[in-house]
Design a protein. Structure first.
Length: 292
């Protein structure tokens, strides 16, 4: 009796390959759409709205209040005589923000660790951290100038006050959220408090700490610009130029400086977002939920 060969497994294998290829193409299309098409469409809509307000809402006599994008680009951002002082001021603001961020990160992580050691320490420290956060920074900036002068130290202090709170709260939350079973294993191993902090608590809290750091990285740029506006001693920052352009009604330069300051904030935020992915990778459930 002749036994006929069955081609079904081959067919099924080819169908599986086709289905896998289709899913891969679908994911690639979604990635392309969500990562490129949507941001470009949003940017185009924002530019179109800008033009609409300039030419359809404002009268010709008031268009200097919101110059169209092409004038901002050609008259300010592509004109070296206008762009050079903006870039120099942006470097100064970046330096202030970097120093303020480093100090805020050190204080924030240190205070968060200290609060996690004992409940009475948390109750003693946390209210003051909340007070510094809820008081409008513009209300205490003049006091900072009176107490500490109007130079670089005052600018850095403004950055620290604005940026420290999210690092403190996220560090404290991460350390308090460590799995209790892992704590018991370290207790059975008779680990010291230092070993427990270094090998268990800080690695487990790293995603929360990095979330606070990424939030603070954006806030510290805001703090540096506010410090520039109020403390004019020393080299002018981008905030100083914003105030000068506003007082002189140099709208094109004002919007160009705003764009540069915004790009600085976005670049800093994206930098620390990439740093978070590098440091925590895929080992933690919160590392990358976009892949699900």
């Amino acid at each position: 009796m002749t036994v006929l060969a069955r081609p079904a497994p081959v067919a099924r294998a080819s169908e599986v390959r086709v289905a896998a290829g289709s899913r891969h193409l679908g994911r690639s299309a979604r990635t392309l759409f969500g990562g490129i098409v949507v941001p470009l469409a949003s940017f185009g809509a924002a530019i179109a709205a800008w033009y609409a307000v300039t030419y359809l809402v404002l009268s010709p006599e008031r268009r200097f209040l919101l110059p169209p994008p092409h004038q901002v680009l050609t008259n300010s951002m592509l004109d070296w005589t206008h762009l050079k002082p903006m870039l120099e001021a942006l470097v100064v603001t970046t330096q202030v923000a970097a120093v303020g961020f480093a100090v805020a990160a050190a204080i924030g992580v240190g205070v968060g660790v200290l609060m996690s050691r004992a409940r009475w320490l948390e109750r003693a420290i946390y209210p003051y951290a909340v007070v510094l956060q809820v008081i409008p920074i513009l209300a205490i900036v003049p006091l900072i100038g009176l107490w500490f002068g109007y130079g670089m130290f005052a600018r850095v202090l403004v950055c620290v006050i604005i940026a420290a709170f999210p690092i403190i709260t996220n560090t404290h939350f991460g350390l308090q959220s460590v799995d209790r079973g892992q704590h018991e294993l370290f207790t059975l191993a008779r680990a010291s408090a230092w070993d427990r902090l270094r090998k268990l608590e800080l690695p487990s809290a790293l995603p929360s700490i990095l979330t606070g750091i990424r939030t603070a990285a954006g806030l510290v740029v805001v703090g540096a610009i506010i410090g520039d506006m109020f403390f004019a001693k020393g080299e002018p920052g981008i905030g100083t130029l914003l105030d000068v352009y506003r007082s002189r009604l140099q709208s094109e330069d004002l919007f160009a400086a705003i764009v540069l300051a915004s790009l600085l904030g976005v670049a800093v935020f994206m930098l620390f977002g990439a740093l978070s992915k590098v440091l925590i990778g895929n080992w933690h459930s919160s590392a990358d939920t976009s892949k699900k």
